[in-house]
Design a protein around this ligand. Structure first.
Ligand code: ZN
Length: 199
């Protein structure tokens, strides 16, 4: 029996390596759920069944097929993708903490959290939520100076964001249009709280 077991193991090791693998892609975006972010970059040996998209109703993740000979390259990609997904989760946590500090009228704490958050990335949809909903809105109304600082911080971050390598693929004109549109949105969102929103 023991001999057969060894033989089976030897055969398993000698089985030719798989020819096709799959890498899972989620979108790094504030709307992407945490389940998908945790799977971003994962390498799978199957295109269907457990752990393959859709991971939940409405899941927009996709699989990229790649040949086994390029596995090393895709392992490296996986490492980078997982780092980016972790960074997005950290960014969300910092932004939420900023919102909580703002709601508690801890303006210095809020600015510090938002500053850390926008160093990772910044999205107008979240700024919109902050300026339009509940306790954040009330806090900004009560503290025009803090609102002004926060507005400046978001404007600066949004300009900086569009100089990042990930947007370099975009035609220059489109990149500038998107940037300027975002900057306008941020100024408009803060205009009820700051006297001069020229930024
Ligand atoms: Zn998904």
């Amino acid at each position: 029996m023991r001999g057969n077991e060894f033989f089976a193991r030897w055969r398993a090791r000698r089985r030719p390596s798989r020819t096709v693998w799959y890498q899972l892609y989620a979108t790094i975006h504030p709307e992407t759920c945490e389940v998908c972010l945790h799977h971003h970059g994962r390498i799978l040996d199957r295109a269907e069944g457990e752990g393959t998209p859709p991971l939940h109703p409405g899941c927009r993740c996709s699989l990229l097929e790649f040949p086994g000979s390029e596995r090393e390259y895709y392992r490296e990609q996986e490492r980078r993708m997982r780092e980016r997904a972790q960074a997005e989760l950290r960014r969300r946590r910092l932004f939420r903490e900023g919102e909580e500090a703002l709601a508690a009228r801890n303006f210095e704490g809020a600015l510090a959290r938002f500053r850390e958050s926008v160093q990772i990335d910044v999205f107008t949809a979240e700024i919109e939520r902050l300026c339009r909903e509940g306790s954040g809105k009330e806090a900004l109304e009560a503290a025009p100076e803090a609102a002004r600082k926060l507005c400046d911080l978001f404007l600066k971050a949004y300009r900086w964001k569009h100089d990042l390598p990930k947007y370099r693929h975009m035609p220059e004109r489109m990149r500038l249009e998107r940037r300027d549109h975002g900057l306008r949105v941020i100024r408009e969102l803060f205009s009820p709280f700051v006297d001069d929103s020229a930024g």
